[in-house]
Design a protein around this ligand. Structure first.
Ligand SMILES: *Cc1c(COP(=O)(O)O)cnc(C)c1O
Length: 230
């Protein structure tokens, strides 16, 4: 089932690329495996999937330790500073940095481990829905502050759009994030890249691709509904 689901999502991404005149190679599919067992991830790996997303630090660490090292892990959840040690050195990209305080904790752990950690700034474009992420107007200031940290590298922006019946409703949110990323890129800030745009989930990833997503984070459409009762 997971194999068929992956093929279907890949096809829809390819079609969205075609509709919007984009190259398929410019969009990376992250399979969001949070709450799902190792066996599901192994099935996805056997279908060629290498990018996985998790939102809990310890869960990501356990899955990282258990599975082949030939994978890229994306940390997509809210990260507390006391959990940074589990994620730095394991996640190839942390999508959810929304404060200088968190970036400083990542800097400290990365310096200790002698590596540079790739991060995205989480912007709460839709405001009312999510508790996390910063306002668009605050983004450039935070980018400039984090840019001074030598063991942290900003690679772009991320947003979580609200769940909506009609994914078209999120198009303006994705367009807004894309514009913000282009505007910040134009400032040519040292140590800052705006090459990654992480947006789009099961319900709206096709619209996100049409609006310029470089990374889509898809869970349910690949692994099925999550069961939080167990
Ligand atoms: C769970 C989650 C996803 C995947 O959501 P689906 O609707 O299952 O595709 C994507 N991004 C973030 C930040 C998530 O927490």
């Amino acid at each position: 089932m997971i194999k068929e689901n992956l093929i279907e999502v890949q096809n829809k991404i390819a079609q969205a690329c075609e509709r919007s005149g984009r190259n398929r190679e410019d969009v990376t599919l992250i399979a969001v495996s949070k709450t799902k067992p190792i066996s599901y991830i192994e099935e996805a790996i056997s279908s060629g999937q290498k990018e996985f997303g998790e939102n809990k630090a310890q869960e990501m660490k356990e899955k990282y330790e258990t599975l082949t090292k030939d994978l890229n892990w994306h940390f997509i959840g809210h990260l507390q500073t006391n959990k940074v040690k589990y994620v730095v050195g394991r996640a190839s990209l942390i999508h959810s940095v929304d404060s200088l305080h968190l970036a400083q904790a990542i800097e400290k752990e990365s310096a200790k481990k002698e590596l540079v950690t790739n991060i995205l700034i989480e912007v709460n474009v839709a405001q009312e829905e999510s508790k996390f992420g910063l306002k668009s107007e605050e983004t450039e200031k935070l980018v400039r502050e984090i840019a001074t940290l030598p063991h942290v590298k900003i690679q772009g922006l991320m947003t979580i759009a609200p769940y909506v019946e009609d994914p078209e409703e999120n198009r303006t949110i994705f367009r807004h994030l894309k514009k913000l990323s282009v505007d910040i890129a134009a400032k040519n800030i040292d140590n800052v890249s705006m090459s990654i745009l992480s947006m789009g989930m099961t319900n709206d990833y096709e619209v996100a691709v049409e609006e310029g997503a470089s990374h889509v984070r898809v869970g349910t459409a690949i692994f099925g509904e999550r069961d939080y009762s167990i």
